[in-house]
Ligand binder design. Structure first.
Ligand SMILES: NC(=O)c1ccc[n+]([C@@H]2O[C@H](COP(=O)([O-])OP(=O)(O)OC[C@H]3O[C@@H](n4cnc5c(N)ncnc54)[C@H](OP(=O)(O)O)[C@@H]3O)[C@@H](O)[C@H]2O)c1
Length: 303
């Protein structure tokens, strides 16, 4: 294994990490994992097969000095339909990793841990998520913190992400659904009046933050254990849809009510702002990134 092991590198965020590392020219320091599809890892990158729920395969992760975890279940619906499977993918698989590593861990968790709260939420809030998806993320975080407190991890960073968008996102995601509607597919159907907060970030920005943290951990720099990862500007689902309709028109049906898990909160961004400022960086401009992503998605599937 190389110095930094990216677990879940074949997924949506993982592929953005591959792109970032390839563009940055630091690829010799990274190993990337896939579970089912070797082709999901760029041929120019070091790759291994890793299935954390298979003990023989999980042993492959042993001794990795720095791990960047972007695996786990990302589907809220699956968590409600099959909470045991969600818990296995998110928490049991992380435990399988934690039991085999002793270096540093940067894990991508979710702001779904804040479900039930309203308004800005800071990282140290004392709260239990009432939905299965958030509960499994919280369990995974708790096990990671326990390993860190017991000295079994050298350092830990938990990022709580609200929403990443970008080319390659799944068809069920918002921008992809808007692009499908703009191409003449099903009209977009928005429940809950589209009032849920997204405060979205381009997946390329998320990947950059994760890679920077992995490099910091490799250099012995840790910083706060938990950091919210969302744009400081408040963007609801409807705000995103309104903006995208100025780029290319598409039919949209807005339904009041009917949203099972309304997002009434967003992460406060003081910690992330401070980290970016220390590097002379700032949050990206959402509109330009949304426009690029939307136009690319419309083009790709009309070609
Ligand atoms: N995307 C977002 O906006 C967002 C927001 C908040 C939090 N998150 C969290 O961030 C993480 C990554 O998100 P994503 O959108 O990139 O998800 P994703 O596309 O579903 O990627 C998940 C990755 O985990 C791998 N994986 C699944 N089971 C595994 C196992 N047993 N052993 C090793 N690897 C396994 C998958 O490999 P296979 O494809 O081969 O199964 C895939 O590479 C998820 O935990 C998600 O909940 C994402």
């Amino acid at each position: 294994l190389r110095e930094i092991l990216v677990v879940g590198a074949s997924g949506f965020v993982g592929r953005a990490i591959q792109d970032h590392v390839l563009a940055d020219g630091d690829s010799s320091r990274f190993t990337f994992t896939y579970r089912t599809t070797p082709g999901a890892i760029h041929s120019g990158l070091d790759r291994i097969r890793l299935d954390l729920l298979d003990p023989a395969s999980a042993a492959q992760a042993a001794g990795a000095p720095v791990v960047l975890w972007v695996a786990g279940n990302g589907d809220h619906g699956l968590a409600a339909r099959d909470p045991a499977r969600d818990l296995a993918l998110t928490a049991v698989s992380l435990l399988a990793l934690l039991s085999r590593i002793g270096g540093s861990l940067c894990m991508l968790s979710s702001a779904a841990t804040y479900f039930g709260l309203t308004g800005p939420v800071d990282e140290e809030v004392d709260h239990v998520s009432p939905i299965p998806y958030g509960a499994a993320k919280q369990a995974a975080e708790t096990y990671a913190r326990w390993h860190r407190a017991a000295g079994r991890l050298a350092a830990l960073r938990i990022y709580r992400l609200m929403y990443a968008f970008g080319p390659g996102e799944l068809p069920r995601r918002l921008v992809a659904r808007c692009a499908a509607a703009a191409r003449g597919g099903e009209p977009l159907r928005l429940v809950g009046g589209g009032r849920s907060f997204l405060n979205p970030l381009p997946v390329s920005f998320v990947a950059g933050a994760l890679v920077q943290t992995a490099l910091d951990l490799a250099a012995g720099r840790a910083g706060p254990e938990a950091v919210n990862l969302n744009h400081p500007d408040r963007w609801t689902v409807m705000d995103v849809v309104h903006f995208l309709r100025t780029v290319a028109e598409f039919p949209c049906e807005v339904i009041e009510g009917g949203e099972e898990w309304p997002v009434t909160f967003w992460g406060s961004t003081d910690r992330m702002v401070a980290e970016l400022a220390a590097r002379g960086e700032s949050f990206p401009e959402v509109e330009a990134a949304l426009r690029r992503c939307f136009e690319t998605m419309i083009e790709e599937t009309t070609r």
